[in-house]
Design a protein around this ligand. Structure first.
Ligand code: BGC
Length: 740
């Protein structure tokens, strides 16, 4: 193994150190090492570091560059994605480190979104746990497995707020709320990167998709984004900011435009906001060919011009576009860009390679024995089970239909009950749909073969009703029906927008037929976005949102259905009644004619549907019940430098131990601009035994009430506020305070 090759070169030359100013002593030390490498580099080698090509192991976009190994050898490609396993990454790293002129190690990026081999629930599902420690753990396990498989860089976390469930990529995010989204973004970055990027068990995080990618018009992926600057800064920016504050050292520029400028060519986004306001010190990579796509957007005539827009905006690395590789040198020679632009970009990239310890040991992620030990390690599977259970949301449970009782005869129906691949959802890295137990298998394991009758009934898609009769016959023989329905795994994720978010195929029709049998029906849902479930909610006696729960999902569903785990998840996206209510989110504004006005006609409402959603943000039931006391405040006057403590006493009033996510919201009643009717400002997940009570206290400080005011300055405004505490964004205790 040729370790320390570059380090040796570096040590032998003088340290000229001319890195950016305002650096800490430690940063300066790395700057010097970077500079010492850069002094040795030709212009072509520098541009090579700004290039990222996909290997042919996985395809996550429309194009593939042939001959990437040769490009690595020639020093024309400093970074690879979609390559994994210790053996394969070692092979490629060896080319870079032993066959290229300067031996500069490669970065290996991959979409490790919710697991590498051990797959956790999709990110939207994880967010429904409201359990930051479990979410951080999930990212940590993913990093541990990825790092053992040769990967040192994940394209996660996705920090895109979205209020539009038509957009398929809501499955990859943390839902609609900027406060919760920020906490989760930070937890994920900590999970991936740990405290020290040089620790070979951690990997580099990439904050994506910068910025506002989650708000495409009409929910159509890649579509135009247009929003006020205030909404961008107050609602969409906070989770990206939180991830950067948590130490993420790479950011991905998004596909979309914002205010007429594609993000990849937006100096406002990539320099003014990202570097100048947020203080980001890492490097910016584009999304897949997003430089080239600026030609389609219509802001550049050709790829070369698009490349100019990108470098001037602040893009350091070109993912798969081949634009920097082909045109950057020419642009420089023609005097269209200064050398400093290239210098800064390469400096940032090499800086991160040093932080990762790649110059000290380029093969630190390529150990096959470590890989063998880490993939599917028992503690990783245990964490995935824990997370899956915590992610599930009980949407309905009439007449205590759930939990099921071991030994009762159940009819399990639906293609999804028997599907393995669907359990994993989209973006599964090296996940394996064969290495897991389906929901049906786990139900049989627990409840016994004889008590668990299966019939497919119908497929998840299509209009074939030929299995209905067998499903009805199976259901006749059972005490209760467990119907597992939802979307196919590839109906959410990238390029999977829907114009209608009803249950696909004839699954709901089957539910109607089963309802006629007059037996308790439990609907288990597998989907990557909020669906419109009005009809299913009427027909089902109990309904459990299981998302795509991952490798351990079958067991997690079984444990929840049989009460081995008492569900505690709460929705992080509003579930609309129908598609016409979209976009829908709890932090809406009041309008001048709010729905509560007495006038029956002239108010902001639909004439064919209520305004409120089917299930609000923060909603989720338990097998037990919780009672909330009134709120007590430490003071009703919050001073500029003071704090206010708001407490409630929460009691478990049911018959099972359980967990509750206690949520605190605030409303600023009168402002220089209109303010949302509620904004989440705190939450705490508590566990309560039967009959037990706990006092939960939230601390509110003035900075938590800041926003971009009429004049676009950021700060608070004095006046009256409401404060709410409860178990979801709709059912809340309420009180008032004043901000001086
Ligand atoms: C997606 C990114 C992803 C990248 C690399 C793109 O199409 O938008 O989220 O990280 O591909 O796979």
């Amino acid at each position: 193994m040729k370790k320390n090759i570059v380090f040796a070169i570096i040590a032998s030359i003088s340290l000229t150190g001319c890195g950016p100013s305002l650096r800490t002593a430690q940063e300066k030390r790395i700057d010097e090492r970077v500079d010492s490498v850069m002094e040795l580099m030709t212009l072509d080698e520098k541009i090579g570091q700004m290039v990222l090509y996909s290997s042919d192991w996985d395809v996550t976009g429309p194009s593939l560059k042939k001959g990437y190994m040769d490009e690595i050898r020639k020093g024309n490609c400093g970074n690879i994605f979609n390559a994994y396993t210790a053996a394969y990454t070692r092979k490629l790293q060896k080319i870079a480190v032993e066959e290229s002129r300067l031996h500069i190690p490669l970065l290996f990026g991959y979409d490790v979104i919710h697991g590498q081999k051990t797959i956790f629930p999709i990110s939207l599902g994880e967010s429904a746990s409201w359990d930051l420690a479990a979410i951080e753990k999930s990212a940590r396990v993913s990093a541990t497995e990825a790092a053992a498989s040769g990967i040192n860089w994940t394209f996660a976390p996705m920090c895109d707020i979205s209020v539009d469930p038509r957009w398929g990529r809501v499955s990859e995010g943390a839902g609609e709320d900027p406060y919760l989204g920020s906490k989760i973004a930070a937890a994920r970055v900590h999970g991936f990167q740990g405290d020290n990027l040089a620790d070979s068990l951690t990997i580099l995080a990439c904050v994506k998709h910068f910025a506002a990618y989650g708000a495409p018009l009409a929910g159509r992926d890649y579509n135009t984004v247009d929003m006020s600057r205030r909404v961008f800064l107050d609602t969409y920016l906070p989770p990206y900011k939180a991830a950067i504050d948590a130490g993420a050292m790479s950011v991905m520029s998004s596909f979309n435009e914002l205010d007429g400028v594609p993000a990849t060519g937006s100096r406002y986004l990539l320099t003014d906001v990202l570097r100048d306001q947020l203080g980001f010190k890492g490097f910016v990579v584009t999304d897949y060919t997003s430089i080239n796509e600026m030609v389609n957007h219509g802001v550049a005539d050709n790829d070369a011009d698009a490349g100019l827009l990108a470098i001037k905006a602040g893009v350091d690395m070109d993912m798969q576009g081949d634009v920097y590789a082909k045109y950057l040198k020419k642009s420089l020679n023609e005097g269209l860009i200064p050398m400093k632009d290239i210098y800064d970009a390469v400096h940032r990239i090499l800086y991160v390679k040093f932080m990762l310890g790649l110059f000290d040991d380029p093969y630190r992620y390529c150990s096959e024995s470590r890989e063998k030990r880490e993939l599917y390690a028992p503690e990783h599977l245990a964490a995935a089970l824990d997370m899956a259970q915590k992610s599930m949301v009980l949407l309905k449970n009439d007449n205590k239909t759930l939990p099921l009782v071991k030994g009762e005869k159940i009819a399990v129906i639906g293609e999804l009950a028997n599907s393995k691949r669907d359990l994993l959802g989209s973006w599964i890295a090296a996940g394996d749909g064969n290495y897991l137990q389906s929901i049906l298998e786990e139900l049989k394991n627990y409840n016994g073969d004889a008590n668990t009758i299966y019939a497919e009934g119908c497929k998840k898609m299509g209009d074939d009703r030929s299995g209905f009769a067998a499903a009805i016959a199976a259901a006749r023989r059972a005490d209760k029906i467990v119907l597992v329905i939802g979307e196919s795994w590839d109906w959410s994720g990238e390029a999977a927008s829907r114009s209608n978010i009803d249950m696909p195929g004839v699954q709901t029709e089957l539910l109607e037929k089963l309802k006629a049998l007059n037996k308790p029906i439990v609907v288990v849902l597998m989907n990557g976005r909020p669906l419109t479930l009005t009809k299913e909610n009427e027909l089902a006696d109990a309904m459990l949102e299981a998302w795509y729960p991952g490798t351990m999902g079958g067991k997690a569903v079984t444990n929840v259905l049989f009460g081995q785990y008492n569900p505690s998840g709460k929705l992080t996206m509003t579930f609309p009644r129908n598609v016409g209510q979209i976009p829908i989110f709890y932090y809406e504004k009041n309008s001048g004619r709010p729905i509560y006005l007495k006038d029956p006609k002239y108010k902001s409402r639909y004439i064919d549907c209520p305004n409120d959603p089917l299930f609000p943000f923060g909603y989720g039931l338990s097998y037990t019940t919780f009672a909330y006391s009134d709120i007590s405040l430490s003071t009703t006057d919050l001073t500029e430098k003071g704090e206010l403590k708001a407490s409630v006493n929460v009691t478990n009033t049911g018959n099972a131990a359980g967990e509750e996510v206690v949520q605190c919201y605030v409303r600023d009643l009168v402002g220089s601009i209109t303010r949302p009717v509620k904004e989440l400002k705190g939450f705490e997940k508590i566990a309560l035994k039967v009959g037990e009570s706990k006092v939960v206290t939230f601390t509110i400080t003035p900075d938590m009430l800041a926003f971009h005011r009429l004049d676009m300055t950021y700060g608070t405004e004095p006046g009256d506020y409401k404060l709410f505490i409860g178990g979801n964004s709709r059912d809340l205790k309420e009180t008032k305070f004043k901000l001086d």
